[in-house]
Design a protein around this ligand. Sequence first.
Ligand code: 13P
Ligand code: SF4
Length: 362
Amino acid sequence: MFTQLAPNKYQGQMYSQLSDEEIKYKITEAKRKLGSKLLVLGHHYQHDSVIQFADLKGDSFLLARQAAECKEALYIVFLGVNFMAETADIVTTGEQKVIIPDTAAGCIMADMAGTGQVKQCWAEIQKYFPGEVIPITYVNSSAQVKAFCGENGGLTCTSSSAESAFRWALQKGKRILFFPDEHLGRNAGKKIGISLTDMALWDRHKGLLKGCDNPRLILWNGYCPVHQEFSSQQVCEVRKDYPGIKVVVHPECSYETVEEADESGSTEYIIKCIRESLPGSSWAVGTEINLVQRLADTYKDNKIISLNDEVRPCPDMMKIHPRNLLYCLENLVSGRVENQVKVDLETAGWAKVALQRMLSIR
Ligand code: 13P
Ligand code: SF4
């Protein structure tokens, strides 16, 4: 039985009478009819009932690259959240259309850096360090925030390219302003040798810079509510309960959690870690539960558990459902483009500059 949240009312009404098997059959048929005109990209956090329809799966970086390299498909349907679909729209051509099954699938962390707040922070920081700061945004941000970075000599990064992006900025002899994820910023900064005492924190609520007076890295106090649920204490407890277990976490987890874990990296890296580990090895994984569950189901020779067995799925990732996917695909078969994600040309121009810088340095 498909277990996600119900799709929006209109789409739900159209398909609520269909069984899971009928929906699966209809999606497969629609994909067959659309053939090479269609590419379905799926993020690893999607539920099994949805990801089964992806032509290509990946972490945010891989999916952005696949969208940029996709020349054949006219329609790219994105099984993920809005910022990923916007990224795909920005890096594809004007003729290609990017579609998301539920346009309300956002990202709570991305909403923690509004364009106005970012511009206010930038203006303040310029007073302290005029011309010395490079803005870097996590791709989990709006197209407008990406455009701001492109226009101001900066770039975007994903969890798998944050370290390269930071090195790129420091090689230019600059300080970094990184938003919205405080934890990814601190973890990536530490990994490339920036000490914690050389990091400052921009408080987005108070509009204040705190901590160090001469920072190499300025962090923004945003976070992912899903990854916030993992802690270094859980790492210690799981090691007591399962002697010999290894712990791998996503770098959106706190610095203390990442430090305590054996490994950390993007969703693609987490999968690689487990795929390449010895059969029989045990892993506690600190990331979104749909991915952890799939890893446990796929690598049955290993013991794979969630680092926190009470963690809830990402509510936005769960908005994508086979029913709203079918709705989009059947409309495409009938020549109608529903739920298109379209970034305006002016924003897309500078956002593309920021995204291309990211794609070219890694
Ligand atoms: P990845 O880039 O590691 O796939 O992460 C995306 C994300 O949203 C994590 O919360
Ligand atoms: Fe955003 Fe966190 Fe969901 Fe990723 S898991 S999409 S960062 S809210």
